[in-house]
Write a new protein. Structure first.
Lengths: 247, 323
């Protein structure tokens, strides 16, 4: 346990010392939100103010992108000699990876707060009750955790930090074919199947419903099922991969 | 830890796929000594270190380190050792002091102890001024020193150094040698691997030569070099008949012979008197030997003598002179 804390401290320090990556993961979501609201938003009909529609999507985009940076930092550790030293000090893979995941969640929380702040400034007016806020925060946290562990696993799979960086790209695009930025009905029919059933959509629908006080239906359960499924599978995969990489 | 041996390995085997990396090796390292595992790339040095430091498991055989079994008592072995691998295992984005403090915390030192230990080690490794700087700004030698300092944070009983000087400039190498020299005699056991005979020679009490996954020789540096002649007088002869005459005269004393290049090598102690006497003996008429060179034994020579083939490294010639 104390090893994990030491490793969290390490990962946070490393995060703070890569200002370019940190700034990108903090500012990119805000830039994208401004881009969508002011450049594309006028042309998109969603039935509500576009900023209100788009915030959940931006939050997810930012969580996915921020979390996927974990893959790069994990891969960096694996290609250097430091993991061997940690292991020879009897520090397990779980502590090393948990450090990266915790730093990732912390980074994501910071960028989430930033997105909310700017969203409020440009007219985002949610009608959520305290309990809805709590639930939305919880769903978002589980999503971040799941994606962070998934990226940790990808980082173990990648042969170089550069290759791991490719995952960032994938995660930054996954929210587009979903209900994040435009209603799915406006997409070509062949895309509906994917867009409606990919993990990002129920998470977005849940956040949107909770923040705007509209009915959420079964979305929260689908969202939780996806996130917990990804989380469990990723942690297991990461365990196996870590043992294999270090064997 | 009442055991007399710091490292004791019997019959270690390890294969990766169809490649047999270790084909059954035995090692015995006395406590408090400096031990060198000498061998070329691919001989199995790193695999051996990884097995002994509990990072991987051998397919067969047993090993005890600091008195504990590396498989059954892995945890206790890990508390007794430190490992410095071929690549600097420090965070570039943290400062030297932060790296050492982190290692201290991971070695279960309380915060204040970890901080004190970090300062002590920075001082001892001549890094006190650089302690507050990020490692990314360090030179290769400084990084290696920090790496070594990191391996000493927890006062380990057995220190594994896997090719500690590979890739260092001569000054960096010198600094590492000083550190290992200072460790020797302080009670800790140092287990190092190297490709350089000179390094093993300088640092180690005992040397084991590893080749193709087998220990082909072990002993003190002096014992090993007796097998190959520490120095060799290489004679370049004037023509083929001179080569025949001298090869016949020397017989079994010639340790190296090349009829194409007309060269013959004879063991010598390297002293002027001995070289002069040898030259007079083989070439009293002073016409047969055109040039000579005194050649210091290299890993190649040890290899040639032990395995009948070279380790595939360039020869180093010294003190060439005309006759």
């Amino acid at each position: 346990m104390s090893d994990s804390l030491t490793m969290v401290g390490r990962s946070l320090r490393l995060t703070m010392r890569t200002p370019d990556a940190l700034l990108t993961s903090l500012l990119l979501p805000v830039m994208l939100m401004l881009l969508f609201v002011y450049l594309f938003g006028g042309a998109i009909q969603t039935g509500t103010r576009y900023v209100t529609y788009v915030v959940p999507g931006v939050l997810l985009l930012c969580a996915g992108f921020g979390a996927s940076l974990t893959a790069v930092s994990v891969s960096h550790d694996m290609t250097g000699g430091i993991v061997d030293r940690f292991r020879s000090l009897d520090v397990g893979g779980a502590a090393v990876l948990a450090g990266h995941v915790a730093a990732s969640v912390a980074r994501n929380l910071a960028s989430t707060v930033l997105v909310f702040g700017v969203a409020f400034l440009i007219g985002f007016r949610p009608s959520a009750q305290p309990l809805d806020w709590l639930a939305a925060g919880g769903v978002l946290l589980v999503f971040m955790l799941a994606i962070s562990w998934l990226s940790a696993a990808i980082g173990l799979l990648a042969r170089s930090p550069e290759a791991a960086g490719g995952f960032t790209f994938f995660m930054a695009f996954l929210p587009y074919p979903s209900s994040a930025f435009v209603p799915i009905e406006t997409m070509p029919t062949w895309l509906h199947g994917f867009a409606e059933n990919q993990p990002v959509t129920p998470v977005i629908e849940t956040l949107r419903g909770l923040l705007l006080g509209t009915p959420v239906g079964t979305s929260p359960w689908q969202a939780l099922a996806w996130c917990l499924g990804i989380l469990v599978a990723s942690v297991a995969l990461a365990g196996v991969l870590f043992r294999r990489r270090t064997a | 830890m009442t055991h007399e041996l710091a490292v004791e390995a019997t019959g270690l085997e390890k294969s990766y796929g169809a490649v047999k990396v270790l084909a059954g090796i035995d090692l015995r390292v006395e406590r408090g000594s400096v031990f060198a595992l000498l061998g070329p790339n691919g001989a199995g040095k790193t695999t051996t270190v990884r097995i002994l430091s509990t990072l991987i498991r051998a397919d067969a055989g047993h090993a005890r380190v600091a008195g504990f079994d590396v498989v059954r008592d892995r945890r206790r072995v890990r508390r007794s050792i430190s490992l410095t691998g071929q690549y600097a295992a420090v965070d570039e984005l943290q400062t030297g002091e932060e790296n050492l403090r982190m290692m201290g915390r991971l070695s279960r030192l309380p915060g204040s102890r970890a901080r004190r230990r970090a300062r002590e080690l920075l001082e001892r490794f001549d890094l006190a001024d650089a302690g507050g700087r990020r490692v990314a700004t360090y030179s290769g030698g400084m990084r290696r020193r920090l790496d070594l300092a990191a391996s000493l944070v927890a006062n380990p009983a057995v220190i594994f150094l896997d090719e500690p000087t590979t890739g260092l400039d001569p000054r960096g190498r010198q600094a590492v040698w000083q550190v290992v020299g200072a460790l020797a005699g302080s009670g800790v056991t140092v287990f190092l691997t190297t490709q350089y005979l000179e390094e093993a020679d300088r640092l180690a009490d005992r040397i084991a030569v590893l080749d193709g996954g087998r220990v082909v020789a072990d002993g003190t540096s002096a014992q090993l070099k007796q097998k190959v002649a520490e120095q060799r007088l290489d004679l370049e002869l004037a023509d083929a008949s001179a080569f025949q005459d001298i090869a016949g005269l020397l017989g079994g004393r010639a340790v190296q012979r090349d009829s194409g290049r007309l060269t013959i090598g004879v063991p010598t102690d390297g002293s002027a008197a001995h070289v002069r006497a040898l030259l007079d003996e083989v070439d009293p008429g002073r016409r047969a030997v055109r040039r000579f060179a005194v050649h210091t034994a290299t890993l190649d020579d040890v290899f040639l003598a032990l395995t009948g083939r070279t380790a595939g490294r360039p020869e180093k010639e010294k003190e060439t002179a005309n006759v």
